[in-house]
Design a protein around this ligand. Structure first.
Ligand SMILES: Nc1ncnc2c1ncn2[C@@H]1O[C@H](COP(=O)(O)OP(=O)(O)O)[C@@H](O)[C@H]1O
Ligand SMILES: [Mg+2]
Length: 268
């Protein structure tokens, strides 16, 4: 599999943990660092990238591309002066879910688009390994509470089982006294790459302003964390061979999930 485009599936078990926020701002950060980026809104339950940007997408979008009714290129629009293109979501109006074969065709086609990065804002819930195999990395978004952490741990186990590169993104940290501490997070996720992103009022402001938080203030704690994440991904492109492993099922390695479970139940 060629390293370009480097494709990232932004995933989480639960909704509302920050998938869209992270996907959008990471896309903007990578594009600000002069990479060409395609951002795809694949969440048909709550397609929201257009909303975050205050763009009414009456045009063609994700489902049209998946159904093969419209050429992928004709569903993209350019965002701002950056080399960022977006395939907006098309919220389902009760139609049947996309055909699994169409989905595979679409995601395999995304592996051949002429961009440095492809970021897909995923639907909540576990993804099929038939889809995940078209990605170089799964960014598992979680919040620092024990319930979300358990969910993300099972997603990480799933990734391990299918040998999918993955990293954990612990979003909205520092908000509650019940958050896992950095130490606890390091102990729990020690063997999996992770990135901490603070809860930052910049994000709420950005939703109101319909502008990505990264573009409002690149010096905010939120933007600095997004930049760290962008740098980690940029290294994957700059140093080919530093990441993509073979895909295939293997024995699930016990450890990570158990470790988390032990911590969770021991603290009861
Ligand atoms: N780091 C953050 N700091 C503050 N608010 C955040 C942060 N990340 C996400 N949010 C807010 O949390 C809510 C859910 O985020 P969203 O990205 O839509 O989640 P998802 O796509 O997983 O459903 C939104 O109101 C968003 O503005
Ligand atoms: Mg979302």
């Amino acid at each position: 599999m060629s390293i370009k485009p480097y494709s990232i599936l932004v995933a989480s078990q639960k909704g509302g943990v920050g998938k869209t926020t992270v996907a959008l701002n990471l896309a903007v950060a990578l594009a600000s660092h002069k990479y060409t980026v395609l951002l795809v809104d694949s969440d048909i339950e709550s397609a929201s990238i257009s909303e975050h940007l205050g763009i009414r997408s009456d045009g063609k979008g994700y489902l049209d591309a998946v159904n093969g009714k419209v050429d992928i290129k004709d569903t993209m629009f350019a965002y701002g002066p950056l080399e960022l293109y977006i395939i907006p979501g098309t919220p389902s109006k009760g139609e049947a879910a996309p055909d699994p074969e169409d989905l595979q065709k679409f995601f395999s086609a995304l592996k051949h688009v002429d961009f440095d990065f492809v970021l897909v804002d995923g639907q909540p819930g576990i993804f099929s390994s038939n889809i995940a195999k078209y990605f170089d990395d799964v960014a598992i978004i979680t919040t620092p509470d024990a319930v979300s952490a358990m969910d993300s741990a099972s997603t990480a186990e799933y990734c391990e089982k299918y040998r999918l590169e993955h990293r954990l993104i612990i979003n909205k940290t520092g908000y509650s006294q019940y958050d896992l501490s950095r130490d606890e997070i390091e102990k729990l996720y020690g063997d999996v790459a992770f990135q901490i992103i603070p809860d930052d009022k910049m994000v709420a402001e950005s939703v109101l302003k319909r502008k990505p938080a990264y573009l409002i203030d690149r010096g905010s704690y939120f933007s600095l964390a997004i930049d760290e994440l962008a740098r980690a991904y940029a290294l994957k492109v700059e140093e080919p061979g530093s990441g993509v492993g073979p895909v295939g099922e293997r024995e699930s390695k016990p450890g990570f999930f158990e470790k988390l479970g032990r911590w969770f139940f021991a603290s009861k």
